[in-house]
Design a protein. Structure first.
Length: 110
């Protein structure tokens, strides 16, 4: 049974994960919604259920990079990664989420 209160969109973005101001890892998002996100993470990461983290999403438009920082709580851990719920909502967080959700996910072709 799904416990999400908002729809999620499949979205592959570069994300840095910080805990207590220290960078824990860099990974990719699998999906993002107004309520939270799922990150593809190795099971060996050192984060646990209910940990509060800061996610820094990297959006690229041409040569320009835009970063969006959002606080979240880990609500689910699986072999594929972690599910997070965003918190500390205000208008700037909502605007960041809108920009992230409307981002055109263009994979770089080499």
């Amino acid at each position: 049974m799904e416990n999400r209160w908002s729809d999620r969109r499949e979205l592959r973005l570069d994300v840095d994960v910080f805990r207590n101001g220290e960078k824990q890892c860099s990974c990719r998002s699998r999906d993002v919604g107004l309520g939270g996100a799922f990150l593809d993470l190795e099971p060996a990461h050192s984060m646990g259920q209910d940990d509060t983290v800061e996610l820094v999403f990297h959006l690229f438009t041409g040569e320009r990079e835009v970063k969006h920082s959002l606080r979240a709580r880990i609500v689910r851990i699986t072999q594929e990664g972690v599910g997070l719920k965003f918190h500390e909502f205000d208008t700037s967080v909502f605007r960041s989420l809108q920009e992230i959700m409307s981002y055109k996910n263009l994979e770089k072709v080499h």
